[in-house]
Design a protein around this ligand. Structure first.
Ligand code: RP5
Length: 158
């Protein structure tokens, strides 16, 4: 409804309530992952958020294969209403760090194992946790997408 279409009797409270409705439906958590092969683990984060009634969206985007897509997503995330980004990746897991480089939202990284992982996923743990000063990424355990969702819920409710 445009400003001109609003009747004189419509109060500010009614307008605010309308806008609040939009807010409730907007995704609060962005779940991103580097490959479709990451989906079986990352779905656990979605399931946890679903059970908690927290709205989310799920996207597949690789920091190495789709760098522009990741950059645009992270840059627009806050403006779109997201409050936390959960980013899962295996191997040289750059996705959480690249997201954190382009947003001021909290980013939770989920190191994932793949058939080519080194030392049981230690490669991804180090890639996610060893961010330079000033660009933090929270790192949960290997294949711990559910914990990432619980942490995201706690951040939103803090
Ligand atoms: C990472 O490489 C992805 O996050 C995935 O964990 C891993 C393997 O990707 P695929 O070869 O299965 O696409 O970027």
């Amino acid at each position: 409804m445009t400003e001109g279409e609003r009747s004189g009797s419509e109060t500010l409270t009614e307008v605010e309530a309308e806008l609040e409705g939009f807010e409730v439906d907007a995704p609060r958590v962005g779940i991103v992952m580097g490959s479709k092969s990451d989906m079986p683990e990352m779905e656990k984060a979605a399931q946890e958020l679903e059970e908690r009634g927290i709205s989310y969206e799920v996207r597949v985007m690789s920091a190495h294969r789709d760098p522009e897509v990741v950059t645009d997503y992270a840059k627009n995330a806050h403006m779109r209403g997201l409050r936390v980004i959960i980013a899962g990746a295996g191997l040289s897991a750059a996705l959480p760090g690249v997201c954190a480089a382009h947003t001021d939202l909290p980013v939770i990284g989920v190191p994932l194992t793949t058939p080519n992982s080194v030392a049981g996923g230690l490669d991804s743990v180090l890639a996610i946790a060893q961010m330079p000063p000033g660009v933090p990424v929270a790192c949960v355990g290997v294949n711990s997408a559910r914990n990432a969702a619980i942490l995201a819920a706690r951040i939103i409710q803090a």
